[in-house]
Write a protein that binds this ligand. Sequence first.
Ligand code: PLP
Length: 405
Amino acid sequence: MRPIQKSKKLDEVCYDIRGPVLEKARQMEEEGHKIIKLNIGNLSVFGFEPPDEIVQDMILNMGNASGYTDSKGMFAPRKSVMHYTQQKHIQGVSVDDIYLGNGISELIVMSVNALLNTGDEVLVPSPDYPLWTAAVSLSGGTPRHYVCDEQSGWFPDIEDIKKKINSNTRAIVVINPNNPTGALYPDELLQQIVDLAREHQLIIFADEIYDKVLYDGNTHTSIASLADDVLFITFNGLSKNYRSCGYRAGWMVVSGEKKHAKGYIEGLNMLASMRLCANVPGQYAIQTALGGYQSIQDLVAPTGRLTRQRDMAHKLLTDIPGVTCVKPKAALYMFPRLDPKMYPITDDQDFAYQLLAEEKVLIVQGTGFNCPTPDHFRVVFLPNSDDLAESVGRIAHFLEGYRKR
Ligand code: PLP
């Protein structure tokens, strides 16, 4: 029989956060090994429970939620998102500009798919949350990675962005707060990106899913609040701010220069219709979450669990010889660097396999985030303090062995 192959469309598509190393970890678990998982920002499995009112709301509304809704979502949760955009000073948003989705993953793919033709380019950060690169490739576009510079706290390098803009460039992706680096961008930098987008007529895709996971009293500016003459698509949802990854509830907001985007918006509407609607209990939960007590602030307070674990993981990791790490200002991740002189890694996926096999700790290799060099890895700082200390201790032990090779 003729072998059944995956489509050619997938040739360039890669999503290593759930890639072959995770597959290996699954096998090892089946064989009875206990793996410490530092690979995914899945809060509730580490005991960061969603607010009870959201859980109760999901249960309560199950009975009302068995029918389809409008493709963009129900009116009331969209209205609550509209109110949220007002709080974030994004101008001129109506309920009609808001689309609810099964998490923002679905909306990211839709928004890119609705835009790109073969040969179109999208500026994507490096390192990035790899769904963005994958979505651009899947849509037939070409991801052009712009440098986020570790030396400057992982901020986007504006000169590099300028160099990479050409007549095929259609959009720029801004992930702020950032996964995997934990960077939080200052307003002046966001303004520079807006100015470039205006000059070159680019859409700004703003992934702001961590906009409430902010440490050290930092505040977040939505890039879409900085202009009304550039087209912005802003993404946010319940997964992280409300510890509800599994409820698959997110939204995107179209704002700014909508007048010239009628065709694109028609495309978005078409794709939203084709998937009928987002899961309905999740839609109800959006309204409850946005209107409820914002308990994330307790976790990111100076003595909150996330802050304490961030500080601890950062100290333990950077105490290891040859390991440096920009301290995250936001989000759930660290992206440490391994000094290539001490750790001459050529294949960081293999490095992750070895760490898993020898120490039973699961990380994600830096190249999985489209980092150009094999000298980084990403960890979450979500396990409780004991497990964090244990896992970083195992990483330290593994690296000690690596140095002696
Ligand atoms: N964007 C970023 C930057 C993320 O880190 C994640 C998940 O980790 C997502 C999007 C996906 O979010 P959702 O659960 O809403 O699909």
